[in-house]
Design a protein around this ligand. Structure first.
Ligand code: PMP
Length: 439
């Protein structure tokens, strides 16, 4: 694999601490060069007083916005009381309350008889644990992963990730994965589960029987591509037939982003292992876990471990998020109200710019505009930042401008952010060399 060479501007001595002391590996900071200091909900202020609307939401780790007051009050009380902060995997009151809330609000209503494995606090760590366990339980090594899938950048997770730029940095061979086409990858009518079935049924296809398939219900980094409910159901039927485990990577699509708590809820499937992270703490605090079907919990004590598996501050805010947002069953309607507006406005923008935008992509509050020209998408997000909107790009060529406002964003903020997006699109295309408006 050849590694893409990136040119960096030469460093001078008269640069800020970030440029002088922080590694070149930083990336979001390159696109949004300001120093941020305060934030509330969808609003974020830089230290020079400039206000932005944040439609990046910590890449899906701030689904309830910045510093949600319902969670902050519980966190402050907990800290003020000298309650436990780090506890390895010891039992604490905060952990018990989180487990009970998860059981009552998430597991039981879905009929999921899953146990909880707390992994190190990143999505990649949860994915690593899921892959390891699936291989252990089935005594097979191969894992099926999908085109454009993103599962993290630690070696095991990176093998399952499609992105060539990230894979190029691995430094070792990335093995043990069979790549399959995701839903829609081979064109609208081509059923890619049928293709998988054909490979499994053909003893000479060359694909070793996988231990598991790992999939996102909506591919976040891959460009907000959505797997249909029918596709997920067919995938489950096939996996059950061949005793292949299903690993749902809900790291980004989970915790309400698609409109339901899990991205797979609308399909009714029950994955064997579910990797959860990003917004599970609800406050941007690091926390990750795997939900494991009870009879698959083949771990021996401490086999997969890590110091930071007991982030009690995250347990406190996670419990508050489940109880205050999800317990009543009314939250989904709030998300839906916002996602209807979001889809309407993005669809209108797409229709107005058919020559540049191929489609409105995504589900729920995980939406985006797919541009034909990645450079145009880059210029629009750069200009939007100047106008006060933080929005990123995803997709194989960074061609999808993604809108990830908080799922409970204030309606006036959603409107304001989308107005900025529209203004940015108009201003950029009117100055584009190919524009019909340019002189
Ligand atoms: N899975 C998915 C679907 C993700 O979107 C990400 C992060 N973007 C990861 C795994 C990895 O999570 P982390 O960056 O916390 O390791």
């Amino acid at each position: 694999m050849t590694r893409k060479v990136v040119e960096f501007p030469p460093r001078t001595t008269n640069v800020s601490s970030f440029e002088r002391l922080e590694s070149n590996v930083q990336s979001y900071a390159n696109n949004f060069p300001d120093v941020f200091e305060f934030a509330e909900g969808a609003e974020i202020w830089a230290n020079n007083g400039k206000r932005y609307l944040d439609f990046l939401s910590g890449a899906g780790s701030l689904n309830y916005g910045h510093n949600p007051s319902e969670l902050k009050s519980e966190l402050l009380k907990y800290i003020e009381n000298n309650n436990i902060s780090n506890s390895l995997d010891l039992h604490t009151k905060a952990k018990k309350e989180f487990l009970d809330a998860l059981d009552e609000v998430v597991l039981k209503p879905r009929g999921l008889d899953h146990v909880v494995q707390f992994t190190g606090p990143t999505g990649a760590n949860a994915v690593e644990a899921a892959l390891k366990l699936a291989r252990r339980v089935t005594d097979r090594t191969n894992i099926a992963a999908f085109t454009n899938g993103f599962h993290g950048v630690t070696t095991g997770a990176l093998a399952a990730t499609g992105n060539a730029y990230n894979r190029g940095a691995a430094g070792v061979e990335l093995n043990g994965i069979s790549r399959l086409p995701y839903d829609g990858y081979l064109g609208g009518d081509y059923n890619t589960v049928d293709y998988f079935e054909k490979l499994l049924d053909d003893p000479s296809s060359g694909m070793d029987l996988p231990a598991a398939v790992i999939f996102e219900t909506v591919q976040g980094e891959g460009g907000h591509k959505v797997a249909s409910d029918a596709w997920l159901q067919q995938l489950q039927t096939l996996c059950r037939k061949h005793k292949i485990l299903m690993i749902a990577d809900e790291v980004q699509a989970g915790c309400g982003r698609t409109g339901d708590f899990f991205g797979f809820d609308s399909s009714g499937i029950a994955p064997d292992i579910i990797a959860v992270s990003k917004s599970i703490s609800g406050y941007g605090l690091p926390l990750a876990l795997c939900l494991i079907k009870r009879d698959l919990d083949a771990w021996l004590p401490g086999e997969h471990n890590g110091t930071f598996r007991g982030n009690n501050l995250a347990f406190v805010t996670a419990t508050a998020a489940l109880n205050k947002f999800w317990k009543s069953g009314k939250f989904e309607a709030e998300i839906s109200q916002r996602s209807v507006l979001l889809r309407q406005r993005l669809t209108k923008i797409t229709e107005q710019h058919r020559d540049m935008i191929s489609e409105t992509r995504g589900k729920g509050m995980m939406m985006g505009l797919a541009f034909s020209d990645p450079e145009l998408a880059r210029r629009i997000t750069t200009h939007a930042f100047q106008l006060g909107l933080i929005a990123e790009r995803v997709g194989p060529r960074d061609e999808v401008l993604k809108i990830m406002a908080p799922i409970n964003v204030r309606m006036d903020h959603l409107d304001e952010g989308l107005n900025i997006l529209e203004a940015s699109i108009e201003e950029v295309i009117s100055t584009s060399p190919h524009s019909k408006f340019a002189d």
